[in-house]
Write a protein that binds this ligand. Structure first.
Ligand code: PGA
Length: 256
């Protein structure tokens, strides 16, 4: 049984005060269900990770980083390593978010190094994949997602892959208010699970969690979660509003 998982990606938002107050509000509203009926994580900017981690400690809510660098330490100005993240209480790290791929220019090869480094440093990667609008319109969704998964998980043992959460985030649905329909998302989730079965084995494919991301909100969360292969949600914009995020978390408990 895959426990539902809802993660909030705060992106480059909040400040030292609002990050903590948002975290505290979420933690107090979810203390009964977080960790029991649904796994919950929040991913604030690097600067606020430590304070947010303290603020959510009253509930079983994990903290994740939005990015990582693949080297262990040294002369890499501006970068943050797995051990630094682990040191301040991070559990998860987003790898290959579409904004890092398409705004910052990260390649599948770089994302692969980040996933490997995260796992090596004891963090749980949330690997983001997803097609752009032109790719969907050209019927290339499966091809793009397959290429991303194969490249980004390259060289990992089955045991390592089993520690990864996959997030399917169609780029055209991120921050746009356009959501993939539950059927569109389910189709891609099912093919991701099938591919993982071929790459690894059926047991692993049956256990790995695949989240949907892309304008998830309180109005569509329950419908998305009803789909067989949607195990949770990676939420951007709506995770900045405590009431909306908590409503999404509650909708995800449907599966447990
Ligand atoms: P959104 O972002 O919910 O604002 O579309 C999702 C994401 O980027 O993870």
């Amino acid at each position: 049984m895959r426990k539902p998982f809802v993660a909030g990606n705060w992106k480059m938002n909040t400040d030292s005060h609002s990050s903590v107050s948002l975290a505290k509000t979420i933690a107090s509203a979810c203390s009964e269900i977080a960790g029991r009926r649904v796994h919950v994580a929040v991913c604030p900017p690097f600067l606020y990770l430590e304070a947010v981690s303290r603020a959510v400690s009253v509930a079983s809510i994990a903290v994740g980083a939005q990015d990582i660098y693949y080297e262990r330490e040294g002369a890499f100005t501006g970068e943050i390593s797995a051990s630094m993240l682990k040191d301040i209480g991070c559990i998860y790290v987003l790898c290959g978010h579409s904004e890092r791929r398409h705004v910052i220019g990260e390649t599948d090869e770089l994302v692969n190094k980040k996933v490997v480094a995260a796992l090596g440093g004891g963090l749980l990667p949330i690997l983001c994949v997803g097609e752009q609008l032109a790719e969907r319109q050209a019927g290339q969704t499966d091809e793009v997602v397959t290429r991303q998964l194969k490249s980004c998980l390259a060289g990992l043992s089955n045991e390592k892959v089993s520690a990864v959460t996959i997030a399917y985030e169609p780029v055209w649905a991120i921050g746009t208010g356009l959501t993939a329909t539950p059927q569109q998302a389910q189709e891609v989730h099912a093919s991701i699970r099938k591919l993982l079965g071929e790459m690894c084995n059926a047991k692993l494919a049956g256990e790995i969690r695949i989240l949907y991301g892309g304008s998830a909100n309180p109005g569509n969360a329950a419908d998305l979660m009803r789909e067989q292969d949607i195990d949770g949600l990676l939420v951007g914009g709506a995770s900045l509003n405590a009431d909306d995020f908590v409503a999404i978390i509650q909708a995800a408990t449907y599966k447990n």
